[in-house]
Design a protein around this ligand. Structure first.
Ligand SMILES: Nc1ncnc2c1ncn2[C@@H]1O[C@H](COP(=O)(O)OP(=O)(O)OP(=O)(O)O)[C@@H](O)[C@H]1O
Length: 321
């Protein structure tokens, strides 16, 4: 069970939608938001779940919380069928939606937390310990008596993350937890999540458009597109799938015509500096040697492929199919 703490097997979600096709006419159509997804996440793993807008990420998370019932397939979280036993599952999971808050808008954070204490029937000692930990690690001390509506987005997000953890869940779903946050708030949230996962072994499923979140937090990433899983593996492996390229930036002694060497193509020439693209999967050494042998080289550097470009290319390639 531990190796498939979260398990999806051929999961589908189809929405019936009515579309207006004329002044009085409406047409019934179906949207396959999730189209046969299978994956397993072992206990204690922190996994990124990414994809373009409308790919089916939120729908998957809603099925994992039990808010939505799958149209087909099987979902299990901590051995529980979420849609059937949503209340029982609630004790095991915490959910944070970056775009909306679970806190009471007009109440200070402290009062929201007190309400959750009672709603979730959290034992007093656990509540106190978790509260103390979150307040310290998320730097909430000075914010506890401020009404939620007066908090900045970053402060509110930290407040929301604490709220999701007061009942000590084993699983945390995060849907865009860093959206709209400034650089410092993002760093605080990421540090906290990293510690939470390392120290408490909380299993984390993270949905985000910010690939830095993934690069800094997740070894494994799943990519979903049009309701299907198109990649599940190490973040590094995405480069191979996306056929990404590295860039060799060379500074020559003087301005010269585009460099000609096998295995690379010149992307740009700017005075004595030239940018050469070569496949990320091959070593830079022979290329550097070839350039150095034939051209008056002053300096050089190698730039790693940009993961965002890799993923953008993956999406583009698939939609061209
Ligand atoms: N309640 C609903 N009724 C009808 N269609 C829906 C419903 N919820 C989602 N959809 C559709 O299902 C598809 C997947 O939506 P979903 O919100 O899961 O995508 P997402 O990957 O989370 O996107 P985003 O990154 O924009 O949040 C979209 O085409 C969306 O319009």
């Amino acid at each position: 069970m531990e190796s498939d703490f979260i398990a999806l097997d051929g999961v589908e979600k189809v929405f019936d939608v009515r579309r207006r096709t004329g002044r009085l006419r409406r047409e019934k159509t179906q949207v396959r938001a999730v189209d046969g997804i299978s994956f397993a996440v072992p206990r204690g793993e922190m996994v990124g779940y990414i994809g373009p807008n409308g790919a089916g990420k939120s729908t998957t998370i809603k099925m994992l919380t039990g808010i939505l019932t799958p149209s087909g397939g099987r979902v299990r979280v901590a051995g529980i069928d979420p849609a059937r036993e949503r209340t029982r599952l609630a004790r095991h999971i915490g959910v944070v939606f970056g775009q909306r808050t679970t806190l009471w808008w007009d109440l200070p954070l402290r009062d929201s937390y007190r309400l959750m204490h009672r709603m979730y029937r959290i034992p007093d000692d656990r509540f106190k310990a978790n509260m103390a930990r979150c307040v310290e690690q998320l730097d909430l001390g000075e914010l506890l008596d401020v009404p939620v509506r007066q908090l900045s987005l970053g402060q509110r997000m930290r407040g929301d993350i604490a709220a999701a953890l007061l009942h000590d869940p084993e699983v945390l779903y995060l849907d865009e937890p860093t959206i709209g946050l400034d650089v410092i708030s993002k760093a605080k949230v990421r540090d906290f999540l990293r510690d939470l996962n390392a120290e408490r072994g909380t299993t984390v499923l993270l949905t985000t458009h910010d690939l830095t979140d993934i690069e800094q937090l997740c070894k494994r990433v799943m990519v979903i597109d049009h309701g299907r899983l198109v990649y599940d593996g190490a973040l590094a492996g995405l480069h191979e799938v996306g056929e990404s390229e590295r860039t060799l930036v060379v500074d020559l002694e003087r301005e010269l015509p585009p460099v000609e060497v096998a295995g690379a193509r010149v992307l740009r020439v700017e005075g004595p500096r030239q940018w050469l693209a070569f496949p990320a999967s091959v070593s830079a050494a022979p290329l550097v040697a070839a350039v150095a042998q034939r051209y008056p080289l002053v300096d050089l550097s190698v730039r790693e492929p940009d993961i965002e470009a890799v993923i953008a290319k993956m999406y583009a390639d698939r939609s061209a199919l």
